[in-house]
Write a protein that binds this ligand. Structure first.
Ligand code: EPU
Length: 345
């Protein structure tokens, strides 16, 4: 590996950078050329170089929602813009800005330590602040989009920095304007708006169970409960490679739901917009008898069927092969198509 570093405002670049520790599946992978972005102003120069070389490129946060091939050709931008700042606080809300490279869970902890409440349900979600809005991360009844004021990004098509308001982010379930326009925006900073008025959100079944004897939990109680649930249910990527939920929960039309529930009375589902239903993909996979099953070096996690794991030595092809078997099994039993959640590079 060789490195060059010219000045503070120039991104450090490396060739043949090992990415095994930079993807939570723990796949063996390397990047042909990697740039470490520590400040937004480094991006235009890096993108000019990429345009000039006519090479493919992609952005990488902490690699918690990606499937890597063995070799990533062209340029990989490693987002490492740090810093959290209280921009403004008044009677109604607090505006807090965080760099794209800040670790998401550390950011949630930082807000709670300073008594800004609201993000506690999103504790322990792996990844970075900059990656979080791309798929509109969500858990236990809360989505990050609810708390975003605006996003600062570099528009790689127009070659300018832009500020994108919450409305223009088009947040939806595990979806956003950014996800709809891949290879266009490089998120540099996320600006959050956190209302002073706070209400506990513990209606989600798993969470409600934790508070049967405590009807008025604090945000910090909820934070601790979420950390306990997630630690119990989801595998720690440091121990067993994974990328969290591997499939989205599929959304089906009311009629399809009604046919399904007649045939499968135990079907787990939630109401969704436009009279549709969101089905629990983990339940569908579990019902196919796939929980805990292994296929070579990869498998379905034993405590949560929505999570696929790398037992060691697995590759992107292995995981995608297993994913296809799961999709086929669910489709033939329920007639429902499962969509892969992580980004495939
Ligand atoms: N279920 C099963 N068997 C399983 C897994 C789940 O029967 O193996 C059932 C559960 O009993 C439950 C239902 O399916 O009734 C839903 O399961 P769970 O509460 O674990 O949530 P999920 O729908 O599987 C979603 C998110 C998670 C998030 C949780 C909590 C998606 C794709 N996943 O999972 O997000 O933490 O809800 O809100 O929406 C992630 O995106 O990486 C992630 C972990």
């Amino acid at each position: 590996m060789t490195s060059t570093e010219n000045s503070i405002s120039t991104a450090k670049s490396s060739v043949n950078l090992d990415l095994k520790s930079r993807n939570t599946f723990g796949f063996d992978a390397s990047a042909e050329l990697a740039y470490e972005i520590t400040a937004a102003e480094q991006i235009p120069h890096v993108m000019d170089e990429i345009t000039e070389k006519k090479i493919p490129w992609r952005v990488l946060g902490s690699g918690s929602n990606v499937i890597f091939p063995k070799f990533l050709p062209g340029a990989t931008l490693l987002m490492n813009i740090l810093g959290i700042e209280i921009v403004q606080t008044n009677q109604e809300d607090s505006i807090i800005a965080a760099g794209a490279g800040v670790n998401w869970h550390e950011f949630v902890s930082w807000t709670l330590e300073r008594n800004f409440f609201g993000l506690e349900n999103l504790a322990l979600i792996p990844g970075t602040v900059g990656a979080a809005p791309i798929q509109n991360i969500g858990a236990y009844g809360v989505e990050i989009g609810d708390y975003i004021q605006l996003i600062e990004a570099y528009d790689a098509k127009e070659h300018i920095f832009v500020k994108i308001s919450k409305q223009d982010c088009h947040f939806a379930y595990r979806n956003s304007y950014f996800k709809q326009h891949p290879y266009r925006f490089i998120v540099t900073k996320v600006v959050f708006k956190i209302p002073k008025q706070w209400q506990a959100r513990i209606q989600y079944a798993d969470l409600a169970k934790q508070f049967l004897n405590n009807s008025s939990p604090t945000a910090k109680d909820i934070f601790s409960a979420i950390c306990a649930i997630r630690t119990h249910k989801l595998p720690d990527p440091k121990v067993i490679g994974n990328a969290g939920s591997f499939f989205q929960n599929p959304i089906v039309a009311r009629e399809q739901y009604e046919t399904l529930i007649l045939k499968h009375p135990g079907l787990v589902s939630y109401p969704d917009a436009d009279n549709k239903r969101k089905l629990a993909a983990g339940w569908l996979i579990d019902q196919c008898g796939l929980k805990g099953q292994r296929m070579g070096n990869v498998g379905v996690y034993e405590n949560q069927a929505l999570v696929l794991v790398n037992h060691g030595g697995g590759t992107a092809e292995d995981i995608l092969g297993l994913a296809r078997c799961i999709q086929d099994a669910v489709h033939s039993k329920f007639g429902v198509k499962l969509e892969i959640e992580p980004n495939i590079f």
